[in-house]
Design a protein around this ligand. Structure first.
Ligand SMILES: [Fe+2]
Ligand SMILES: [Fe+2]
Length: 200
């Protein structure tokens, strides 16, 4: 935690960027040595879960602020076919594939496609959008910390699987996430043998 976070709580941007580092770490692990098909399958599922939750929380908390303060074009760019929508579609496809059914190479190729778009999107957020946002008048430590708390709360009712056709803007996304997450959670309990990874 940075010194400036002590009094106000962590900034939403540091929380988001921490998730981004987790995705990179999991993907490095996936491509690391001594990984068998079963281990890759579990990591693939873990990535899909963590990315779905992160995207849902960004769409509930951060992107509406981007829309309000930087304009619709900036928010729609992050949500669109270069960003969340493309990632969701690819991960949705990966979610219905498996190492066992499709083979390790095909499964990995689909995930790689999604991760490539994701890493480009992360760069977009971290190097272009966040610096522009943080330099706006009215965006101060209190606001960033307040958004951080909301981001954390949104993770608790976030979907844990990609839903490319679900609403991605408030207020409907909040309702859809809240209604869909129990079903995603039940499917994940089965997928992860009763012990889904917790990243929040
Ligand atoms: Fe994003
Ligand atoms: Fe992000």
């Amino acid at each position: 935690m940075a010194a400036s976070d002590v009094q106000t709580g962590p900034s939403v941007i540091s929380m988001i960027n921490e998730d981004h580092r987790l995705f990179k770490q999991l993907w490095n692990e996936y491509n690391g040595p001594n990984m068998n098909g079963e281990m890759k399958q579990k990591l693939g599922w873990s990535l899909i879960r963590a990315i779905a939750m992160h995207s849902a929380a960004e769409e509930e908390v951060m992107y509406p602020e981007i829309r309000k303060r930087l304009g619709s074009e900036a928010a729609d760019h992050l949500l669109g076919d270069d960003g969340h929508q493309a990632i969701k579609k690819l991960l949705f496809e990966a979610n219905y594939m498996s190492v066992e059914k499709n083979g390790e190479a095909t499964y990995t190729a689909k995930l790689s496609e999604a991760m490539k778009v994701l890493f480009h999107h992360i760069e977009d957020e971290e190097t272009r959008t966040w610096p522009r946002f943080e330099s706006l008048p009215g965006v101060d430590a209190d606001l960033l910390s307040h958004l951080g708390m909301k981001f954390d709360a949104a993770k608790h009712h976030a979907v844990t699987r990609p839903h490319p056709w679900a609403p991605n803007k408030p207020p409907l996304n909040v309702l859809a996430n809240t209604m869909t997450s129990p079903l995603d959670g039940a499917l994940d309990m089965w997928r992860f043998g009763g012990n889904p990874p917790r990243y929040y």
